[in-house]
Design a protein around this ligand. Sequence first.
Ligand SMILES: *Cc1c(COP(=O)(O)O)cnc(C)c1O
Length: 454
Amino acid sequence: MSESTKYVLDEDRMPRDWYNLAADLPVPLPPPLHPATGQGIGPDDLAPIFPMAVIAQEVSTERWIEIPEPVRDVYRLWRPSPLVRARRLERALDTPAKIYFKYEGVSPAGSHKPNTSVPQAFYNKEEGVRRLTTETGAGQWGSSLAFAGSLFGLEVEVFMVKISYHQKPYRRALMETYGATCIASPSDMTESGRAILAKFPDSTGSLGIAISEAVERAVQRDDTKYALGSVLNHVLLHQTIIGEEAMEQMAMAGDEPDVVIGCTGGGSNFAGLAFPYIREKLKGKTVRIVAVEPASCPTLTKGVYAYDFGDTGHLTPLVKMHTLGSTFMPPGFHAGGLRYHGMAPMVSHVKELGLIEARAYPQTTCFEAAVTFARNEGIVPAPESSHAVRAAVDEALRCKAEGRAETILFNLSGHGHFDMQAYTDYFAGKLQDVPYDEAALRAAMADLPTVAAE
Ligand SMILES: *Cc1c(COP(=O)(O)O)cnc(C)c1O
């Protein structure tokens, strides 16, 4: 058995293909539906907002999809990312469990998100697109797309949720460093934004509103398309390079995980690590797969599985997913990347099929685990990633109580260097576990669209 701390793949062993779970699903994914007609949608419906290559990936059932060489070339700036055995954390917890984490914070933007922003920028550039629009919550996705746009010579326009725009000036500065334009949302640049401002002049924004604004801008201009950082099948596909690398690295370590863990906002970093393991699980391998979400926005554990809109302005197709309702506004908490009302259809589907488990944690207990992690492993986790850290620590403590030497693998989706205010608040005792508003949740769920096809 290896005594190493880090398992590092050479660049020439970086995976050549992304893995598409749609090829192996025992039950196919329910199709997306047109928001106006409730009928199935085709490539033409998506063409105004996405390039054809991305649309093809969205509906593909091919098992392996080749990573284009120019994308691999950019990936080499930080990939393969390291797999680390958290030996010091194991000792601190006095657990017989082995804890491994895949570290995605080594990317230029500090999270897993460039794994998809780079191919999305590449495919758009190939099809002659000149400008990309998108939304961003805490700024991770906006900065990842800004980075990718700068490498492929695309203009990038980012609608940033207003509260984060004011609270996280450094992320805005990062986007501007990469040459992108950052606009506080809701803005008066779009009809969706103006409609919200007319009703709620003091709106601090939401991801759902920012998506509506970005989509609207993309539809208006031929040279402009939209890029989404999570939720959709093609995004999850691009993230599977995480799990494919992890499998090779676990083999280098001479270990196999009994438990695989990821935090879930829209579901992409979780899917990236977990889907290759679900493939093996479908072939008969025994492995538990755990999605971890915030208790304040508990999509998988408290949402309903139903067709819903992806955005507040109801411009996107209807997709079947675990949802809290597209008008649900989660309370403010620090893991901005986990504040989405829905969950990736593919992640929702595997939850329904019983292939994964889900659990929810309040934020303070996540920060507590993140601080323990930082004091032993050195890396300060992003507030989002701290949910996965909490679950990994809890699994390790369970192993200790049961006297079992299980192997735990989790995804550390990003570092928290731009989120230190959250840690400052935590140390000052200012962080609270804000429950969501039950009445508002019931109202949002009552607003779910009725879909004839169901
Ligand atoms: C955006 C983000 C997330 C949540 O998004 P997913 O699509 O669920 O992965 C998690 N961790 C970090 C560091 C992020 O930036």
